[in-house]
Design a protein around this ligand. Structure first.
Ligand code: CU
Length: 323
């Protein structure tokens, strides 16, 4: 005997109702699973290292954002955002920042990736040299990004080994599944605002510094702890034969050089005679903050020079010597 028409109709209604209920509740059930802590999907967050003006004259010493809140199991992906190099460096427990300063381009612990891809909360981890430039010099291969996973809760501070105390970032790791206080979009917007502030501070500093420069006193850029001016101020000066120009590093951050003639393979040691310069090779050597270098010009002509560390950013100048 075949089922009655009524039974068949009831069964079809039941099937439709079941399909409707599945359609209604399945997405909610899946979403519930995705947001529960037990099934927390790790998120990768982006932090920019540095920022700069279009002409590279102003370089920022900051991570954007400086503070980020993530959940245990998430990853932070740092991306190089300037020609000026930076590192992302977590110091070992008990290690001081001072013990790593100044940056040593000959130390692979500082210039290459150190530590694994997962942060243990207490060991030394280093990104290597992060820059948008393909080359860095000193035989160092730079990197464009660095990723680290954070499996443990805690507040973890990191530094840039090139800029020391001026450049600090913090990763706040909450428990897995905890609510995020900010989205990536909000961090990106914060980053744009911070970058614009740094650039406008840098241009103000450039203007103020120019007031202290003269034909006999050239300033090797300047910095205010966050923004760096990567220009000789003034870039062109005029003197007479027998006169001198003093190049001074009045900043707190970057070292510079004053290099006439051929750029030496190693810009660190000084070479040439600054007391009688009549053209050719002359190098100040590395000028840390506070250092100065005086050159006496004994011949007329136009003499171009560079900062061997920052010429690719446009840090170059010339001295016009007249009889
Ligand atoms: Cu320089």
């Amino acid at each position: 005997m075949s089922p009655s028409p009524t039974y068949r109709r009831e069964r079809r209604v039941l099937q439709l109702l079941l399909a409707f209920l599945i359609a209604l509740f399945l997405p909610a059930a899946l979403m519930g699973a995705a947001t529960s802590p037990a099934h927390h999907h790790p998120v990768t967050w982006r932090v920019l290292a540095g920022n700069q003006s279009h002409d590279l004259a102003i370089q920022g010493m900051s991570y954007l954002p400086k503070n980020i809140w993530i959940d245990a199991g998430d990853t932070v992906h740092w991306v190089a955002n300037s020609a000026e190099p930076h590192t992302v460096t977590f110091l070992a427990a008990g290690q001081t920042l001072a013990s790593t300063q100044p940056f040593n381009p000959g130390n692979p612990q500082q210039t290459t990736v150190v530590g694994g891809s997962s942060y243990d909360g207490h060991s030394y981890y280093n990104s290597g040299v992060l820059t948008t430039e393909a080359q860095f010099g000193f035989g160092i291969t730079p990197v464009q990004s660095y990723s680290l996973r954070f499996p443990h809760r805690g507040t973890f501070t990191y530094w840039c080994l090139l800029h020391g105390a001026a450049m600090k970032g913090v990763v706040h790791v909450q428990r897995a599944g905890a609510h995020y206080p900010y989205t990536q979009r909000q961090y990106d917007a914060q980053g744009v605002r911070a970058a614009n502030r740094i650039l406008s501070d840098g241009y103000d500093l450039w203007e103020e510094t120019a007031e202290h420069a003269s034909n006999h006193r050239v300033l090797e850029g300047n910095d205010d702890g966050t923004a760096m001016v990567m220009r000789f101020i003034r870039p062109t000066v005029h003197v007479r034969v027998g006169q001198s120009v003093t190049f001074a590093n009045i900043g707190m951050g970057a070292p510079h050089t004053v290099t006439f003639g051929q750029e030496p393979p190693n810009p660190f040691p000084p070479s040439g005679d600054p007391k009688h310069y009549a053209g050719g090779n002359l190098n100040s050597g590395i000028q840390p903050p506070g250092a100065s270098f005086t050159v006496t010009f004994t011949k007329e002509g136009t003499f171009s020079y560079i900062c061997a560390l920052h010429d690719y950013m446009g840090m170059v100048g010339k001295v016009v010597v007249e009889d």
